[in-house]
Design a protein around this ligand. Sequence first.
Ligand code: ATP
Ligand code: MG
Length: 178
Amino acid sequence: MRIRRLKLSGFKSFVEPAELRIEPGLTGVVGPNGCGKSNLLEAIRWVMGESSPKSMRGGGMEDVIFAGTSTRPPRSFAEVVLSGETAPIDGAREELEVVRRIERGAGSAYRVNGRDVRAKDVALIFADAATGAHSPALVSQGKIAAVIAAKPTERRAMLEEAAGIAGLHVRRKDAEQK
Ligand code: ATP
Ligand code: MG
């Protein structure tokens, strides 16, 4: 998919609403240590349905909500909006806007193009587009070393995600539960 815009509010260090336009071509994010570069990449993975708090560098998922500083009170929710266009489906790209919001004590809620959806639906959208939260296109800090050290089964999962067949596993798991 093509990511065009990212909006963050109360997400980690992005306490005030922030909007980023992502232009075609290569985008670089620069800044001093601790300014929030990795948090931005995590916001993209999070809105795509990341379910592991550990890969968000937290103990629980609510740790993505701005925790407050000595001068600023904590926030009660975090929200990330990702907008762009899907990969071509029968030659045409479709507009896609995905919103994930988490409130303290209330868990996560998702909306896709204005409609409430389940986490599973969001996972399927991105798994089919081969751009999910675990997509090899998103290389986190330390990830290269993790690939080198991965067990064969873990490496297989990475290759499956890259090949765009991860969505089939989500559907198989779903079918087995029925
Ligand atoms: P580096 O160059 O060292 O990799 P970076 O630009 O990638 O740095 P990040 O890791 O994205 O920086 O940002 C870390 C900052 O985010 C820290 O200052 C940390 O306190 C802040 N942070 C993370 N989670 C929260 C939260 N829930 N509430 C408030 N601040 C947070
Ligand atoms: Mg970093």
